[in-house]
Design a protein around this ligand. Structure first.
Ligand SMILES: [Fe+2]
Length: 351
């Protein structure tokens, strides 16, 4: 049996039964529970209780051998599953679950000189198809970028920070700078301004100065993660799609509060994510619903923070990243030094 007959999907194992030409998916916790050697030596009864297996368990190593699939678990325990046994006990539907595309930076990265004349068209394409575009070595300053974008399809969107944000620790140009973006702290994955009725659709971040250490940018595809969650755990998906959450931004000179679910759909199609851990108000919901929401939120977050599911890159002076604030999450690592990003929000002129 060769290695390409199984794939590690991060949260589960997908096996291809070549003889029958079908696929089946197995949760790792299910495989650990059914380890063939964890039985009583004489009675052959199961010795593992389902309650003893962590739902988060994941093998450190998976290999195809002549005896079947060989899994090595984090505590060193090893399990070998005969292919015939896996086939006999398959329980998932024979269909593809949503996959999250491998976050190869080539999927979003372009050189300015390769698309200079078609910059806005290129941005449209990448935003629609990938949710983000990373443009390297762009000679245009923030005002010139605005001029390019606003002659075509985009309109600049002023917010309570102003029109161009100088995201740096010693900011003197913006209003309402009492928030994480203006510090050198890490800002984990989030969307911008989920606490207002109509959050800006796109954000462009242009690097003026990079940090001495740290300050890497993070991007995760929330739309794919939401579909992935739907296939992996429909109940969690429903909870995040249907539970209204209060977002509350309280600053010295600004306050806004709205109530929306994390995930919004329109006629079954993903429409928008609102997510920012620093603006969740204390929520009011039935006692049993509270735990359900936390479980669902944690499951979704584990998907988006999985390193294979997110882009991580360093913006150099002259680079910019532009992303869809409705479909991707963004963040940055903590930093030292003079990191300075110019931030501009855009909406589409015609939705
Ligand atoms: Fe942000």
């Amino acid at each position: 049996m060769s290695d390409d007959l199984f794939t590690d999907q991060h949260d589960y194992l997908r096996v291809h039964f070549a003889e029958q030409n079908l696929y089946a998916n197995y949760h790792y916790f299910w495989l650990r529970h059914h380890c063939p050697c964890c039985i009583h030596p004489t009675t052959k009864e199961h010795m593992l209780c389902p309650a003893q297996v962590s739902l988060e368990i994941k093998p450190q190593r998976i290999a195809a051998t002549d005896a079947g699939l060989h899994l090595t678990w984090p505590d060193g325990h090893q399990s070998t599953f005969a292919i015939d046994w896996l086939y006999e006990h398959r329980y998932s539907r024979d269909e593809d679950l949503t996959q999250i595309a491998a976050q190869d930076l080539n999927r979003i990265e372009v050189q300015y000189e390769d698309c200079a004349d078609e910059l806005v068209s290129a941005c449209h394409y990448y935003l629609r198809e990938r949710g983000a575009i990373l443009v390297r070595a762009c000679p245009l300053d923030a005002e010139q970028l605005i001029a390019r974008f606003t002659t075509r399809d985009f309109i600049i969107r002023g917010t309570h920070f102003g029109e161009i944000e100088d995201l740096k620790t010693d900011n003197t140009t913006n209003q309402n700078t009492d928030q994480l973006g203006y510090t050198n702290s890490a800002v984990d994955l989030h969307t911008d301004q989920p606490y207002i009725e109509n959050p800006p659709r796109f954000q462009l971040l242009q690097c003026v100065e990079k940090a001495d250490t740290g300050g890497e940018s993070l991007i995760a595809d929330a739309r794919q993660a939401a579909y992935y969650l739907r296939d992996l755990d429909y109940h969690a998906f429903e909870v995040l799609s249907e539970t209204p959450i209060v977002f509350h931004r309280q600053q010295q000179n600004f306050e806004s509060k709205v109530t929306y679910p994390i995930l919004s759909f329109n006629s079954g199609k993903f429409a928008q994510i609102r997510s920012s851990y620093f603006t969740y108000a204390p929520q009011h919901m039935a006692f049993d619903k509270m735990e359900q929401w936390y479980r669902a939120y944690q499951k979704f977050t584990r998907i988006v923070v999985e390193s294979a599911h997110q882009f991580k890159f360093l913006l150099e002076p002259g680079d910019f990243v532009l992303y869809d604030n409705f479909t991707v999450l963004h963040g940055r690592t903590s930093f030292t030094g003079p990191r300075w990003m110019k931030g501009i929000y855009f909406d589409l002129a015609i939705e």
